[in-house]
Design a protein around this ligand. Structure first.
Ligand SMILES: NC(=O)c1ccc[n+]([C@@H]2O[C@H](COP(=O)([O-])OP(=O)(O)OC[C@H]3O[C@@H](n4cnc5c(N)ncnc54)[C@H](OP(=O)(O)O)[C@@H]3O)[C@@H](O)[C@H]2O)c1
Length: 267
């Protein structure tokens, strides 16, 4: 199977590298087209894929076309690919662009909309694939294979995709903020900055792994490390007083609402 990337930026490179690492394909199966020569060249340098002169030339080579441009560039990119998209599988990672809007611009391609997150760059994306009644099972399998190479994949309905954006799409930023604050706390408590940051990183990584590996609810794991009259309950009291838990809930809801607004609620 041949793959064409329209847009050779950060996410396209992360995906292509994951596909190569995961042996979904070999470099000879990948082509790219970018608006600027430099963008395409950086993709080619990273992946050894082939640089095509235009989106149409790239799409013509492929069975699967991956739309990896910014939202404002999507319609131009598809217009440039034109009739070469016909009967291909078009997979879009463009935020806020609904399946129905994509289908209207896809020149007869079958469309799948996917929401990965930035951790695709380190093979740890939380990805959701929007499956509609029209999505063919085999096309879902192709998308699962591609995005499975850069992390974990879930199938959702399209109307869940705004909530996915609010949780895992924007979520890395919430965790970065939390890690920054934790390391500031360490510095305030007397630790050198590099040590504080390293401890924050390992703590978040370890806690995530504990939830993933044990399958236990986070509340149970939290209870297990909270001894009567100890240090953890002292800290948890402060977090509850500052309403951190409801702030996270409201943050996910705010990002979900914003995603709905940006996509014109066209789901
Ligand atoms: N980054 C994330 O964490 C993340 C997560 C989920 C979804 N997404 C979605 O992924 C998409 C790509 O994001 P990114 O961070 O990879 O962006 P990026 O690094 O800016 O890459 C986009 C590339 O597409 C090129 N391009 C622009 N117009 C084009 C056209 N008409 N034909 C071909 N190529 C064109 C851009 O060239 P120029 O540099 O010249 O503009 C750029 O090289 C976005 O729609 C975003 O919503 C990103």
């Amino acid at each position: 199977m041949k793959y064409a990337f329209l847009g050779g930026g950060k996410m396209a490179q992360a995906l292509a590298l994951g596909m190569l690492r995961g042996k979904v394909c070999v470099a000879e199966d990948i082509v790219v087209a970018d608006r600027l020569q430099a963008g395409g060249e950086s993709f080619v340098k990273a992946t050894s894929g082939r640089l095509m002169k235009s989106n149409a030339a790239a799409a013509a080579e492929a069975d699967v076309v991956l739309l990896c441009v910014k939202p404002g560039d999507a319609s131009a990119a598809l217009e440039e690919a034109g009739v070469e998209l016909k009967d291909k599988l078009l997979i879009s990672i463009v935020s806020g662009l609904t399946v129905s809007r994509l289908s209207g611009m896809a020149f007869g391609a079958r469309v799948i909309r996917v929401m990965p997150n930035t951790a695709a760059m380190v093979g740890m994306s939380a990805t959701a694939i929007a499956v509609t009644v029209e999505t063919a099972e085999n096309d879902v399998k192709i998308a699962e294979k591609i995005f499975g190479a850069v992390g974990g994949v879930h199938s959702v309905t399209e109307n869940q995709l705004d909530a996915v954006t609010g949780l895992s799409g924007s979520g890395p930023a919430y965790v970065y903020l939390m890690m920054e604050a934790l390391s500031d706390g360490g510095v305030a408590a007397g630790l050198p900055r590099p040590l504080a940051l390293d401890l924050a990183v390992q703590t978040v990584r370890g806690a995530a792994e504990m939830v993933a590996v044990t399958g236990d609810h986070p509340a149970l794991l939290r209870e297990m490390v909270t001894s009567p009259g100890g240090t953890t309950i002292a800290a948890l009291g402060v977090l509850e007083k500052a309403a951190v838990r409801s702030a996270f809930i409201d943050a996910v809801k705010a990002a979900t609402d914003r995603s709905r607004e940006l996509s014109g609620d066209g789901n």
